[in-house]
Design a protein around this ligand. Structure first.
Ligand code: ADP
Ligand code: ADP
Ligand code: ZN
Length: 215
């Protein structure tokens, strides 16, 4: 099963992807997580991506496309994968179609997370991320047991630079301009399914299972 998780920043894609990994036994492929790891490790890619990410802008297509293709070709993605945060532009969607053709794969379903804008802003502003393992928390909706410490690995929690208020507004604008048009692109391919992301994580997972199990 090859799934695309589409939706604005803060919609809950990463949270659901981590839950679904355990249910369907397919990996989450998050270009955002991979780019943050590259920045943290000080690689050439990280060096090139950092200023775009901190400004809430998209990293150039060519960099992200190469990153996604490499990851999708890895052995653990052979039996299926969930793309989280990719594609994000029309050029990335076209490149993905090419890639899938070459790899002899296809997308089975595109899950489009809908969440009202005020909720997105509240989710992003309260999001905390583990420095060490990348797991996400929320100060109000999903707090860690001990303040600023990851439940799973005891790593330190931090607020992403791009989750600060001014950058959040920029990211929502970039989503509207560059990523939202992909809804139509996948609707035309009859792959698009709406998920009401404005419910508890459990209820969101239940909606997804219904659609994926039927696909
Ligand atoms: P969120 O989970 O809030 O939607 P991500 O972790 O997916 O955010 O992305 C964080 C940042 O990484 C983006 O604002 C962008 O700068 C960069 N990024 C991630 N995925 C892509 C992509 N597919 N194309 C371009 N930039 C990307
Ligand atoms: P995305 O990957 O789409 O950017 P995340 O999964 O990182 O979004 O979620 C953004 C923030 O909202 C995180 O702090 C997360 O803990 C929280 N969150 C995720 N799903 C829900 C939900 N259904 N209800 C309330 N908060 C949520
Ligand atoms: Zn951790």
């Amino acid at each position: 099963m090859n799934i695309i998780l589409l939706g604005p920043p803060g919609a809950g894609k990463g949270t659901q992807a981590k839950i679904l990994e355990g249910i369907y036994n397919i990996p989450q492929i998050s270009t955002g997580d991979m780019l943050r790891a590259a920045v943290k490790n000080g690689t050439e890619l990280g060096r090139q991506a950092k200023s775009f990410m901190d400004a809430g802008q998209l990293v150039p297509d060519s960099l992200v496309i190469a990153l996604a293709e490499e990851r999708m070709s890895a052995p653990d993605a052979a039996g299926g994968f969930m793309l989280d945060g990719f594609p994000r532009t029309q050029a990335q969607a076209l490149a993905l179609d090419d890639m899938l053709d070459r790899l002899g794969k296809k997308i089975d379903v595109v899950l489009n997370f809908e969440v009202p804008r005020p909720a997105l802003i509240e989710r992003m502003s309260g999001r905390r991320t583990c420095q060490q393992c990348g797991v996400g928390y929320h100060v109000k909706f999903a707090p860690s047991r001990e303040a600023d410490k990851c439940d799973k690995c005891r790593g330190e929690l931090y607020q992403r630079e791009d989750d600060k208020e001014t950058t959040v507004a920029k990211r929502l604008q970039v989503y509207d301009e560059s990523t939202k048009p992909l809804i139509d692109y996948y609707a035309r391919k009859e792959l698009h399914q709406v998920i009401n992301g404005d419910e508890s994580p459990d209820k969101v997972t239940a909606q997804i299972r219904k659609i994926v199990d039927a696909a």
